[in-house]
Design a protein around this ligand. Structure first.
Ligand code: AMP
Length: 224
């Protein structure tokens, strides 16, 4: 099953993707995590990506497309959640072409919808695990049990440099200009599943499971 999780930065994609990994053993491919990892390792790709990540703007399409498609081929996983990719229509088209060439297709595109004011509030308080970027917290809404420490692996939590106020604004502007068309692209293909991301984490999780066919309308029944 291939799922493309869409929504603005701060919508809760990473949190929900982490749950899909834990519950269903799906493979979580976050383009942002992969780029930050390249940067940490000081690779050429990481050096190139650095200034875009720092500015809160998008890394060029050709670079990101090559990275993600390469990673998908390398992992050869059957159950994948794409998070943060595609972020432009060119990326979405490249993904469709690559999947079609392998006889694969996207199963569903859950869209976690959150108002801009909520996004600003959430991103400003977001705390990320140093060891695993998909372990996410929020100082106000989803705090760790022990301040500054990841509940899952005990690593220190930090505030991403692009979660600082001026960068947040650029990232949200970039999202509305460049990524909203991707949402329309998937809507036109009948793959989009809208989810109210203003609800609490458990309710979003329930709606997400419904959207990807892992949960029946009967709350007691888990599918697959
Ligand atoms: P994220 O962790 O998804 O918020 O991504 C952090 C940063 O990585 C973004 O602000 C971009 O600079 C870069 N990035 C992540 N995914 C992509 C993508 N699909 N296309 C271009 N740039 C990306």
């Amino acid at each position: 099953m291939i799922i493309v999780l869409v929504g603005a930065p701060g919508a809760g994609k990473g949190t929900q993707a982490g749950r899909l990994v834990e519950t269903y053993g799906m493979v979580h491919l976050s383009s942002g995590d992969l780029l930050r990892d390249e940067r940490k390792r000081g690779t050429d790709l990481g050096k190139l990506a650095d200034r875009y990540i720092t500015a809160g703007t998008l890394v060029p399409d050709d670079v990101v497309i090559k990275m993600i498609l390469g990673k998908m081929r390398e992992l050869n996983a059957s159950d994948v959640i794409l998070d943060g990719f595609p972020r432009t229509v060119a990326q979405a088209e490249a993904l469709d072409l690559a999947l079609a060439a392998e006889g694969q297709k996207i199963d569903a595109v859950p869209y976690i919808m959150v108002k801009p004011a909520t996004l600003l509030d959430r991103l400003g308080g977001r705390l990320t695990c140093r060891a695993d970027g998909s372990h996410l917290y929020n100082a106000k809404y989803n705090p760790p049990a022990v301040a500054g420490i990841c509940d899952i692996d005990g690593s220190p939590l930090y505030q991403r440099e692009d979660d600082l106020p001026d960068k947040i604004k650029t990232r949200l502007d970039t999202y509305f200009a460049q990524t909203m068309p991707v949402i329309e692209y998937y809507r036109a293909k009948g793959l989009l599943r809208e989810i109210n991301g203003e609800q609490d984490i458990e309710q979003v999780w329930y709606d997400l499971l419904l959207a990807i066919g892992k949960q029946s309308e009967d709350p007691g029944l888990l599918v697959g």
